[in-house]
Every structure is written in C-alpha cells, then in structure tokens.
Design a binder for this molecule. Sequence first.
Ligand code: ADP
Ligand code: MG
Length: 242
Amino acid sequence: MSAVVQLENVHKSFGTLKVLDGVSFEVGRGEVTAIIGRSGSGKSTALRCIDRLEKVDQGRIRVCGHEVSDARLDLRQLRRDVGIVFQSYNLFPHLTAAENIALAPRHARGKTRAEAKEITERVLAQVGLSDKAHSYPEQLSGGQQQRVAIARSLAMEPQVMLFDEVTSALDPQLTGEVLKVMADLAAGGMTMVLVTHEMAFARNVADTTIFMHRGRVWEQGGREMFDRPQTAELKQFFGNGL
Ligand code: ADP
Ligand code: MG
C-alpha cells in the first residue's frame, strides 16, 4: 500500500538560507507522525510544503495521490484532502462557532445548507463543543477556539490533517483539552502530521516521531527514540537525564 504522505529528498531555501536539506519521510494511512526539533530547524516549512503553502526547490512530494511538487498540481483538489491547523486559530469574530465551521463545506465543497448543518453538528460533537455552537469566538476560551478551528478543518472531510504547534499559544491548563481532541482523532484512524513541543504527546500518540535538525531528518523512531536517543543532538534536545 502506498503512503498517504511521501516526501523524497526535499530541498527548500529562502534566499541563501537552506531550510530543508534533503528531507524524506513517509506517512501511511491512519498513521500519526510527530515532528520535533529546535526552533528554526525547518519543521513548519516541511509541513507547509506538504500543503503547498511553500513550493519545494527540489525533490518530490506526494499527498493522497496528488503530485504536490508538480507545477500542474490542482491546488483545490489538494486542499480538499489536506486540512491544516496553525497556532493562531483565525476564526471570524463576527460569526458563531457553527457559522465559522459551516463556511468551508458551503463554499469550498458546495454542500447544501442542510448538509453543512449536519456536518457542523458532527464535527462540533467530535471536538466536544456541541453546546458552544452558537457562541462567538470571544465567548470561548483559547482552547475552545482552537477546537473550533480543528472542527472547521474537519468539516472539509480531509484525508490528512496537519497541525503546526496548535497548543503553543495556550495556557497549560487549556493545552490538555486540545491534545485530547487530537488523540481522539488519531485513535479514530485519522492520518496526521503534527509539529509539537509536547513530548509526552508525541511519545504516547505518534507512531513515528521525526527529530529535525538543521533542515534534515536527524533521527526518527517510535517510543524507543524517547528512551534511547541515538544522536548527541537529540540527547541534547531532550535535555540531560530526560
Ligand atoms: P521551525 O518551524 O522548525 O521553527 P521554520 O520552518 O519555521 O522552522 O523556519 C526555518 C528557517 O527558515 C528559520 O530560520 C526561518 O526564519 C526561515 N524561514 C521560514 N519561513 C521563511 C520565509 N517565508 N522567508 C524567509 N525565511 C523563512
Ligand atoms: Mg514552526
């Protein structure tokens, strides 16, 4: 079976700054891959390349059968299959949670009002916010707003979900509720690639964790990688004794 997400020797520079230096990895259907590493190691850029928010200079990316690195890529088709959630939720402040969520299926997927309503109710339940459908963003906590943003992405019925440090802006007590939603999604079989600082989450939920360093996949593995890091750089990243 072919991978849902596949990067092959991906290179990317911004001007003279080499940010991705031959990155390769694969994510199978239903698998969760976490990307960890220091600030500036290229994690977000790798994620953004998967959704074609950045174009690669060299190498190949395939996602759900789409040739992402091909100039003839149909961006609309790709974006239907890939959901992406960022640190900042960017909800429309003048729309309720339900209205924010219903926009995508209505406009991007051409669903009827009734279909969009059904999808909205389903994804709100999925993130545990059925009772907040009619709340405006300012009436919600940061954690709840981020869950609405995740629900909005799920409403597109994506094949793959990408998460870029979605809990980094949240207070520690709100982080847990967002991680729980992500863990539930993973348990439900969603294919996911997430950049995170939450090491316990990566260790417990991800099938594979990729440690990026200087634009490269420096080390990757399962749970054992957290217990027995091989490279000096990963040992240092985890901190002595962690
Ligand atoms: P990470 O997510 O691991 O912190 P990024 O992928 O965001 O790293 O960034 C890697 C490097 O590329 C950083 O030095 C960053 O400043 C730089 N960079 C990222 N995006 C751009 C851009 N659009 N233009 C110029 N430099 C960028
Ligand atoms: Mg980043």
